[in-house]
Design a binder for this molecule. Sequence first.
Ligand SMILES: Nc1ncnc2c1ncn2[C@@H]1O[C@H](COP(=O)(O)OP(=O)(O)O)[C@@H](O)[C@H]1O
Ligand SMILES: Cc1ncsc1CCOP(=O)(O)O
Ligand SMILES: [Mg+2]
Length: 246
Amino acid sequence: MTDLSRLIENAAASLTHVRQRRPRVHCLMNTVVQKFVADGLAALGANPSMTSSPDEVAAFARRADALVVNLGTLDDGRRTAIRLATAVARDAGKPWIVDPVHCDYSPSRLAFARELIASGASVVRGNASEMDIIGEVTEALKIKTGPVDELTLERHRIRIENGHPLMAQVTGTGCLSGALIAAFMAVEPDRMKAATGALLASGVAAEFAANSSNGPGTFEAAFRDALAALRPEDIIANARISHAEG
Ligand SMILES: Nc1ncnc2c1ncn2[C@@H]1O[C@H](COP(=O)(O)OP(=O)(O)O)[C@@H](O)[C@H]1O
Ligand SMILES: Cc1ncsc1CCOP(=O)(O)O
Ligand SMILES: [Mg+2]
């Protein structure tokens, strides 16, 4: 079996583990897509929480199996909460992911994203505009999503071709992909395997959803239904991944 086949088999197995274990994913999530991301996590089988209050966030992070740090609607309170939550994750050895939303718009947000990545993030995931400006990423798994998702960890590079253009017409699909990666990291300690599993689940579900959608409005609901209905064998039958050259 090739290592790509093993990655796909592992993705299918991780989907089953997420359904069985219902990992608790604490999301420091932007206010634009909180419900969309919580619903997407729940549809797949994970267990989301969303508070960002500085006086409670450490307790939520301690209780969680993984953490999502999303910079979409950053403010001083959220900066404080993010520092408190990531300190808990670091000290407890919990996996956590940074989504540097719109870091290409704001130098202060870019600096904060870089600070977080350097402070021990397991993964950083963003779109092309965000990942092309983020700078050097040495320890974290670096993921640039888009029509083809590119996953890079040291010299190991994977490309995932699954997904659908309708995903780009629904706000929150990137934020949700980060949250799904966190859920998979809670059941699969290997970051490359976990992220591949999450992005395959999301991409295959999106392809199924697009078949029964008339546009972004119906796609959003169909995507949630597809995440809930997704079977491990669907991932195995439809995964399109390859090694990246160079
Ligand atoms: N044209 C496309 N074809 C297939 N999948 C896509 C396309 N555009 C985005 N995606 C998928 O949608 C999700 C969001 O990606 P992206 O648009 O890069 O992030 P963001 O929403 O943060 O800008 C990812 O899972 C990605 O794989
Ligand atoms: C539009 C917007 N503005 C601040 S956060 C946000 C949502 C971004 O969601 P995604 O990156 O998943 O499209
Ligand atoms: Mg985004």
